[in-house]
Design a protein around this ligand. Structure first.
Ligand code: ZN
Length: 450
């Protein structure tokens, strides 16, 4: 069992659960999870994961009104490939399991002498493989149930006084394994009942009937490692003002003020922090990531403010976080175009067409995670203190400033400097501090989990 496989299955299960809540923030989280899994499926050439991830992207994307037509095309292709492969396998094993239908374990519990696994759908006979491993010398008798095409979304600790040990785990990517271990041979039966698998152990004496159930999330407490280097990159500067918005506010000024506040907060928490610029001067895009690479930064955060035309200025506002990837949406392309235009010479430096091929998959996944944590961190702080804070979500885009970074790197659009309300907030030191605190919290969360 690989940890990686288990993680994928858990993320998939979580994302699918998030899809059912109908809360927009959950759908965004699900969408990001599916995107993440999609990248992993490509990295690991995991066709089954790819199909499930793409299906999730399409479902969640539809809810979010995101154009997923490209993914839909890819989904149908991936599904066809997977079916072909599985039909080859099916012929070998004469197993008739419907492809891409995964059973999610909703709940596991002990009811008297029964171990009950509740799934979200009907468990087919072909999904269950039962065998035993007996070791008479060690007095160890293991009754094993492998449930294929099934996924756990949390871990369970099941205890029954009559049974030495019950283990339930994600054994392989799509196989749950239940092991019932006893000191003596027992007659164990099982049955499928609606959406459940019920394993029945022999009835014990009356006095042994007090049943103890312990089930909890097993998340080991982690210690936060603050021995990290962060490079903050306030966008634009000098001759390049960035976007000019409401009341002639300049993007380059706002993002520098926020960047400096973020630096102070992170330093006070014990991190090593560098800034690509601390004043109002121009730096080439390529120099910014080179700077971060030279300092062996653990993460790179570019801070920007967004803008739209005067016509839309009153209607468009919100916070967005981008990570570097081949962008599929026109929206991301528009934002990227704006942020990239300051320094056209850099495009020759990297070779416009080939730069995306040099992206490392590892960095994309890590950057995606960082982007999600930053976005959550910022919204977590701002929504507590301010009304009408808009979550623009995590997006991917082809940003030159992130190209060449050898560490997870993201670009935060802290708001629309063209929107009167948001612009007034963005120049307000108190709002800037809240924003910076949110970013710092997001960074800490990222380091805690990675
Ligand atoms: Zn910018």
């Amino acid at each position: 069992m690989t940890l990686f496989g288990m993680e994928n299955a858990q993320i998939l299960s979580r994302a699918n659960n998030l899809l059912h809540t109908n809360k927009r923030s959950d759908t965004i989280r699900a969408y990001n999870d599916f995107k993440n899994l999609y990248l992993r499926s490509i990295m690991n050439n995991d066709k089954e994961l790819k199909v499930n991830a793409l299906l999730g992207i399409i479902k969640s994307g539809k809810k979010l009104h995101i154009d997923t037509s490209r993914y839909a095309y890819e989904y149908h292709q991936a599904l066809r490939k997977l079916r072909k492969e599985q039909s080859k396998r099916t012929k070998k094993h004469s197993n008739n399991i419907e492809i891409a239908s995964i059973s999610y374990l909703k709940l596991a519990y002990i009811n008297e002498n029964e171990i009950v696994l509740d799934f979200n759908n009907h468990i087919k006979k072909a999904q269950i493989r039962h065998f035993t491993i007996f070791d008479d010398k060690k007095h160890s008798y293991k009754y094993v149930f492998d449930i294929s095409h099934a996924v756990l979304n949390r871990s369970y600790k099941l205890k029954s006084p009559d049974i030495k040990r019950i283990r339930l785990a994600q054994y392989k990517q799509n196989t749950i394994r239940l092991v019932v271990e006893t000191n003596k041979k027992i007659k164990l039966k099982y049955r499928r009942e609606n959406d459940s698998l019920v394993v029945v152990t022999p009835l014990q004496k009356e006095e042994n009937k007090n049943i103890e159930i312990i089930s909890k999330y097993t998340i080991a407490p982690k210690r936060l490692d603050r021995n990290k280097t962060i490079v903050i990159d306030p966008g634009h500067g000098g001759k390049d003002p960035g976007a000019i918005g409401y009341r002639n506010y300049h993007e380059k000024d706002v993002v520098l003020q926020i960047g400096l506040k973020l630096k102070n907060i992170l330093k006070s928490r014990g991190y090593k922090v560098y800034m690509t610029r601390q004043g109002d001067y121009f730096i080439k895009l390529s120099k910014r990531t080179q700077y971060a690479n030279r300092r062996s930064a653990d993460i790179f955060i570019s801070i920007h403010a967004n803008a739209v035309s005067k016509k839309q200025a009153n209607d468009v506002y919100g916070i967005e976080t981008y990570f570097l990837a081949k962008s599929r949406t026109q929206r991301a392309k528009n934002v990227a175009e704006k942020e990239n235009s300051a320094d056209l010479s850099d495009m020759d430096f990297y070779g416009k067409k080939s730069f995306l091929d040099t992206l490392s998959s590892h960095n994309i996944v890590a950057s995606n995670k960082l982007a999600i944590d930053l976005q959550r961190g910022v919204l977590g702080v701002l929504t507590q203190k301010y009304k009408d804070v808009s979550d623009g979500g995590v997006r991917e885009g082809p940003f030159w400033v992130l190209v060449g970074a050898q560490m997870p790197s993201v670009l935060v659009e802290v708001g629309f400097i063209t929107n009167p309300k948001e612009a007034s907030r963005l120049v307000n030191p108190r709002y800037q501090k809240s924003l910076a605190t949110g970013l710092a919290n997001g960074i800490e969360r990222y380091f805690l989990n990675n």
